[in-house]
Design a protein around this ligand. Structure first.
Ligand code: NIG
Ligand code: FE
Length: 410
């Protein structure tokens, strides 16, 4: 593989050797920037970087490309630690229902929402789902995403959940970027199990999980712990069963209500707890005593008009907050992490630096990828994005909705 050299970089962001696996609380405000810098990528890895005056050119015959980044920033790519990228079709009719006054929960109770997506997905072939997801991931990479997590959860039958996870496995093989697979069979109770929770939970535990383990289809296990979905006790049983197969929890909790799911998930060793639009002081204390990463999804709050998670308080209390897109057809039909960056600053009052740390270092920690990605450090993946010429770093989240990432190298 060739060597790529990037020169005259206005600001090389998050470059250095001594980063911790995650950054918490007031540390999140710090974002190192080397001004007027160079960066050398070799064989897909970060080879060297520093101020321009320290640059010595590699032998000419070894250089594949020289990029002049005058006026531009170079940053590590975003890590999107929570997505539902595989789905059959968008759900803009529910968007119109909400404009006309229904809430997300009311639409779901009418048979829309997750069950709507599950019906459509069951009709699609593995190849169709793969092709659609491939295009979506190509777009995500063009927006600057250099690693992501993808959940199942729109299958809700043994066959369809396995189909989704097999698609994720193929995507892992197809793309050069790290992709983690999360089994979310417990996303909603299918209609026929509405009054028979036991029946569906035993399908998850006795039929889905053994097959998933046999084919090695998942890295994590997720449950949507919420009123009208899975109770804390149901989540506990499913997560314990997942543990038997080595799947660590990453869970949907506290999106609409506080049921005690955070404490239970932390007790069961969750790598992350995601959403947290509703949270109380007790939950924050629980998180402070753990290594679990609170992963917040501002694009979801924006799109379905629910409160934003109180990221400001979580950081002020010393937590290592991560941010992700939650890309999915129901609550977040957008996978652009620059939008997440803007919303985190505008609506959650994070500084541009805090939000960027939350989308890189801490998001990598939420996928247990800290050694590989999230900073520009020698030996890590050569996964970087180059901006258009911009006056400052803060200008990127400030100019919300603009696409200022000009080029992405993964
Ligand atoms: O993270 N809340 C649960 N799951 C998704 C939405 C799923 C859907 O509406 O299709 C979320 O927001
Ligand atoms: Fe989600």
């Amino acid at each position: 593989m060739a060597t790529t050299v990037i020169l005259n970089i206005k600001g090389l962001v998050q470059a250095g050797e001594s980063f911790s696996a995650s950054v918490s609380g007031s540390e999140m405000k710090k974002l190192p920037v080397i001004e007027n810098a160079f960066l050398i990528l070799k064989d897909g890895k970060i080879r060297d970087f520093g101020p321009m005056e320290k640059y010595t050119a590699p032998p000419e015959e070894k250089i594949g490309e020289i990029i002049d980044a005058t006026g531009k920033y170079v940053l590590p790519t975003f890590v999107d630690a929570h997505t539902h990228t595989i789905f059959a079709r968008p759900r803009e009719e529910e968007f119109v229902d909400r404009i006309n006054g229904l809430t997300y929960e009311e639409i779901a109770l009418k048979g829309g929402g997750i069950l709507n997506s599950a019906r459509r997905l069951q009709e699609k072939t593995e190849d169709e789902l793969f092709e659609d997801a491939k295009k979506r991931i190509e777009q995500m990479i063009s927006y600057g995403t250099g690693a992501l997590e993808i959940k199942s959860g729109y299958g809700l039958t043994v066959e369809a959940e396995l189909k989704m996870l097999r698609v994720i496995k193929r995507l892992k093989e197809f793309f050069a970027i790290p992709i983690k697979a999360t089994f979310l069979g417990a996303h909603a109770f299918p209609k026929e199990f509405k009054e028979n929770h036991e029946g569906y939970i035993s399908q998850i535990i006795d039929e889905m999980l053994p097959k998933i383990a046999e084919e090695n289809l998942a890295d994590y296990i997720d449950v949507f712990c919420e009123r009208n979905y899975f109770s804390v006790e149901e989540m506990e049983r499913i997560l314990l069963a997942g543990q038997q197969y080595g799947l660590k929890p990453k869970v949907h909790v506290n999106q609409f209500s506080i049921l005690g799911g955070i404490e239970k998930a932390v007790e069961l060793g969750a790598v992350s707890v995601d959403h947290l639009e509703e949270i109380d002081d007790y939950d924050i204390e629980v998180l402070k005593k753990s290594d679990c990463i609170p992963t917040l999804l501002p694009s979801c709050s924006h799109f379905i008009s629910i409160p934003y998670a109180n990221a400001r308080k979580m950081i002020d209390e010393g937590l290592p907050v991560a941010l992700a897109s939650d890309f999915n057809p129901g609550t977040t039909p957008n996978s652009n992490m620059s939008v997440v960056w803007s919303l985190a600053c505008i609506k959650m009052r994070l500084t541009p630096e805090e939000a960027f740390n939350a989308m890189t270092i801490n998001a990598a920690a939420a996928l247990e990828l800290s050694k590989e990605i999230g900073t520009i450090s020698r030996g890590k993946r050569g996964s970087v994005m180059i901006t258009k010429p911009v006056p400052s770093l803060a200008y990127i989240p400030y100019s919300f909705g603009d696409q200022l990432i000009e080029r992405v190298i993964v």
